[in-house]
Design a protein around this ligand. Structure first.
Ligand SMILES: Cc1ncc(COP(=O)(O)O)c(C=O)c1O
Length: 461
């Protein structure tokens, strides 16, 4: 047996021993829910953990194992679990009103906070997920421009509607040339008709992006982009790339849509404030719900007014739970807690952790890349610069999983794709614990790295 397989089997055995109740629940769940859950991203082999409790930066599984949560429901819990002020706001709201077929004051309060914070957002509409947010932003862009195509980045993730599920994880044998990437459907459920209306561009590539915009401009309603590519591996934009996207979209009459579902946490005004680039529309969600479901679209008044039912022709955007008062209350409490000071703290902890992870791997003579900005980071088992989806594929995904499971078994929970993020209840005690555990794991898995990825071993050190 190879070192890798031996170590993986060892970690899987350890995991099974520690998580018997999770295994039993998963066995039960498999007969009721396909694969035992309703969320593809939470699945991993041999079975996912079932979690019972969360508090601050800690979660506790059904077997009583505790983990420091560096995943935070994929970045949505910027204040960790059950922050007392958010719980209080939800409880207060529940003593008055749960859900209703009418607008509420809380909606105005959250809208005001968002419009005050986000430079480009003059008006906002609420929905229930990031998926709905990007779907609505794209539809709004079509209605406003009268054009039908959109452009999205290869590897960009914007949720699960048809137009978003193109070239999210395209296999190398299908993704075509870098000069003209193919539009590859994520699965067999995506209609072919969608493909010709979604143009795929390589993130951080000025030349090809420009060529594709110019070629399609007559039919192009919007270019939608994550200011930092999240799912592809927390890949930041290279210098001036977002500024370039802003200028080229203006020059070609194309709307620029920022998907700030993950990046809204970067500063009070999200990535658009952080990078000083204002899109026409912003789609977001996650953290704004304070742990409850939310999506939102915001932007310039002139575009957003298309939703007004007071117009003769308007865009319909309904949802039974849109702007539900519980979410609105949790969102208001979340933003009030997310002060400049709080953001500074998580960003500096994130920056510190990123640097120390790099140093730690160097001490073990292993070359890796750590990408990220502020409180968001991602480890990649590659020595190539990670600038776009294709370069992120150079990383050894088997090693990613081994590191993930080894950390999990020792009480550190990050994403299987090795994304981690900081929540406001954390301090350097938690980041030190992360680094200490990572050091122990590296001692254990070094033989697997040497065997599977010898090119990453720095022989001169
Ligand atoms: C950048 C981005 N956009 C959209 C979405 C979809 O959001 P939701 O899962 O709330 O539908 C996600 C979710 O991870 C995301 O990361």
């Amino acid at each position: 047996m190879t070192h890798y397989n031996q170590l993986l089997q060892q970690e899987i055995r350890k995991y099974r021993e520690k998580t018997r109740k999770s295994r039993n629940l998963n066995n039960l769940a498999r007969s009721l829910l396909p694969g035992g859950d309703t969320r593809t991203v939470t699945y991993f082999k041999p079975y996912p953990l079932y979690v019972r409790e969360g508090s601050g930066y800690l979660v506790c599984d059904v077997d009583g194992n505790k983990y420091i949560d560096f995943l935070n429901n994929y970045t949505s819990l910027v204040h960790g679990h059950r922050h007392p002020k958010i719980v209080e706001a939800i409880n207060n709201q529940l003593t008055h009103l749960q859900a209703v077929h009418a607008p509420t004051e809380k909606q105005i309060e959250l809208a005001k906070l968002i419009c005050e914070r986000f430079p480009s957002v003059e008006m906002v509409r609420f929905m229930n997920s990031g998926t709905e947010a990007t779907m609505n932003a794209i539809r709004l862009a079509r209605a406003y421009t009268g054009k039908k195509k959109i452009m999205k980045a290869e590897g960009g993730y914007h949720g699960t509607h048809d137009f978003a599920m193109i070239s999210v994880h395209p296999p190398s044998e299908k993704y075509g040339s870098l000069n003209n990437p193919e539009s590859v459907p994520e699965d067999k459920g995506i209609p072919k008709a969608v493909l010709k209306n979604v143009i795929v561009f390589p993130f951080n590539n000025f030349e090809v992006t420009e060529k594709l915009i110019k070629r399609n401009k007559e039919e192009l309603a919007a270019l939608i982009v994550e200011p930092i590519m999240g799912t592809a591996g927390i890949i930041p934009p290279v210098k001036d790339y977002l500024k370039f996207l802003r200028e080229i979209t203006i020059d070609n009459d194309v709307l620029l849509v920022f998907d700030e579902v993950i990046t809204a946490r970067l500063s009070k005004g999200g990535a658009q404030e952080y990078f000083k680039v204002e899109p026409d529309l912003t789609a977001s969600g996650k953290m704004f719900g304070g742990g409850t479901p939310i999506g939102l679209v915001g932007g310039k008044e002139e575009i957003m007014q298309l939703y007004s039912p007071e117009r003769k022709e308007f865009l319909s955007q309904s949802g039974t739970f849109n702007a539900n008062p519980v979410t609105m209350a949790a969102g208001v409490a979340t933003l009030k807690l997310l002060t400049t000071q709080a953001i500074k703290k998580i960003n500096s902890l994130g920056g510190f952790l990123k640097k120390r992870i790099s140093n730690l791997f160097s001490e073990f003579s292993v070359q890796i890349k750590v990408t990220g900005v502020g409180s968001l980071l991602n480890i990649h088992f590659t020595n190539k610069e990670v600038l776009d989806y294709r370069s992120s594929l150079t990383a050894d995904k088997d090693l990613h999983f081994l590191l993930y499971l080894s950390l999990l078994n020792r009480g550190i929970w990050i994403a299987p794709r090795l994304m981690a993020n900081i929540s406001t209840p954390m301090s350097n005690r938690e980041t030190e614990k992360f680094l200490k555990t990572l050091g122990e794991v590296l001692v254990s898995i070094k033989p697997a790295i040497e065997e599977k990825a010898p090119h990453l071993i720095n022989k001169e050190m």
